[in-house]
Design a protein around this ligand. Structure first.
Ligand SMILES: [Zn+2]
Length: 123
C-alpha cells in the first residue's frame, strides 16, 4: 500500500493540479479528447478557460465535473485495483455518466445538450 503522496502513474508528487492537469496520465486523456489545456495553470482556471467551448454555464460545469470525476476514478482504479484504464474506458464512462446525469436536468434543452456532450466522449 502506498503511504506517501506520490503519483500512482509517474514519479512526481500527487496533488490536485498534478492529478487533473500536469500528470502525463491526465495529459494523455486531454489529448485523447483533442483538448489543449497547456494554458491552464490551476484547477479553478479550468472553469474560466472553458476547454469544451460550451457557452451554457450549467452544461459547461457538468461536463467538466464529469471529466474530472472520471480522471479521479481512473486514478482510484490504479491505486486500489492496480488497473490501468485506457483513455477509451475513461471516455466511455464520461459518456455513460453524462447520459445518466442528463435525466436530472430541469429543462429539455439542458437534457438534450448533455446527451450531445455524452456523444462527444465516444465520437
Ligand atoms: Zn503523475
Amino acid at each position: 500500500m502506498r503511504t506517501d503522496a506520490s503519483c500512482p502513474f509517474c514519479p512526481d508528487g500527487e496533488d490536485c493540479l498534478h492529478l487533473f492537469l500536469s500528470c502525463p496520465r491526465a495529459q494523455s486523456f486531454w489529448t485523447h479528447l483533442q483538448l489543449d489545456l497547456t494554458a491552464v495553470i490551476d484547477i479553478e482556471q479550468m472553469w474560466i478557460v472553458n476547454p469544451f467551448l460550451e457557452s451554457n454555464q450549467r452544461i459547461r460545469t457538468t461536463v467538466l465535473t464529469c471529466t474530472l470525476w472520471n480522471l479521479w476514478k481512473c486514478r482510484n482504479a490504479k491505486v486500489f485495483r492496480s488497473e490501468d484504464e485506457s483513455n477509451l474506458q475513461v471516455a466511455a464512462r464520461c459518456h455513460d455518466d453524462l447520459l445518466l446525469w442528463s435525466n436530472r436536468c430541469s429543462t429539455a434543452s439542458d437534457k438534450s445538450k448533455l446527451v450531445e456532450w455524452s456523444n462527444f466522449f465516444i465520437a
